[in-house]
Design a binder for this molecule. Sequence first.
Ligand SMILES: [Zn+2]
Ligand SMILES: [Zn+2]
Length: 355
Amino acid sequence: MENASHLSVILDLSPSQWYQSSQTSGDKHPLSLAHFLPQLFVFLNAHLASQHENTLTVFGAFPGKSSMLYSSNETYIQADADSNTFQPFKTMNSVIAQRLNEELESLPEDAEAPIALVGALTKSLCTINRRSHPSDTLNATSPNPSKLPTPRLLVISVSPDLSASYIPIMNSIFCAQKLKLSIDVCKIFGPDNVFLQQAAHLTGGSYISIDRRDSILQYLMTTFLSPPAVRRLMAVPTEDRIDLRAACFCHKQIVDIGFICSICLSIFCKPTPVCSTCRVKFPIKTLQRLKEAVNPVLPPNIPAPKLPAEAPPATPRVMPPFSMPHPGFMPAGLFTPKKMSKIPKPAPRVPPGMK
Ligand SMILES: [Zn+2]
Ligand SMILES: [Zn+2]
């Protein structure tokens, strides 16, 4: 039988983004938080109902803070009995709605802080790590590790990328890879998230950006209800393009061409004399060559680009191969494959006497 599944859901609860998502102007399918929550509850109930041992935690990422909204391991005061509903589901729905309201009402009224997605992500990973290693925690009976629920993580995102959170998100991705859990991303509103796309791609999860926001429940049920092992056998919607760009460590901006420190692999948007992370100094000659590579200067013997038809074509400028100017220091190199492909290959040497 298939192992039980532990689902950890991270809700992006930026009030300004949800307000924009609920606006009808220029959008045929607006979706407000009030309309989204009942559909999310149906999805969460379906996850718990699909197998008796399935477990669930829900984290909220609010502006400037993150908190756990629900965990199926905790016991809550039962909601008012209703003969038409299954009581555990009703309790879960009311606990999440109540905690969410409390958190949103406690937010300051002035300028909105950046969304604490990284905080929610790391808390979620810590919870999953504790569940995956129950024998490490005190007073815990150690069940058979093969019987533990398979963990997975679902991020429901409405906010754009925060380039300052590139490094912590990458660290979370490495942590998720080590825990062998997949990160799924459901993008409800706004432009695509480069970092969350990479998180889903690198952990074997699914990233979908929703076109019809009014049918969010259908997306959740068809794409994210089944665990990744089952999903491989199904035709799950996926993104065919993944943006694998990185953010520079100096200005936290997403860059197309970057320079990496050969010692610590820090990324910079322009050549720097000293690596700000590991303090290694780069030789001046290397810096000059890299600056020339960014702004190429044509040698004087090559004619101007506008040539008459009969003139021979100008020889293309070829970047010299990287050399080791100082033992121990490698120059930070361009890592775009386009530039690297210009390095000329050495001619094959034929031993004397052979034809
Ligand atoms: Zn920079
Ligand atoms: Zn470095």
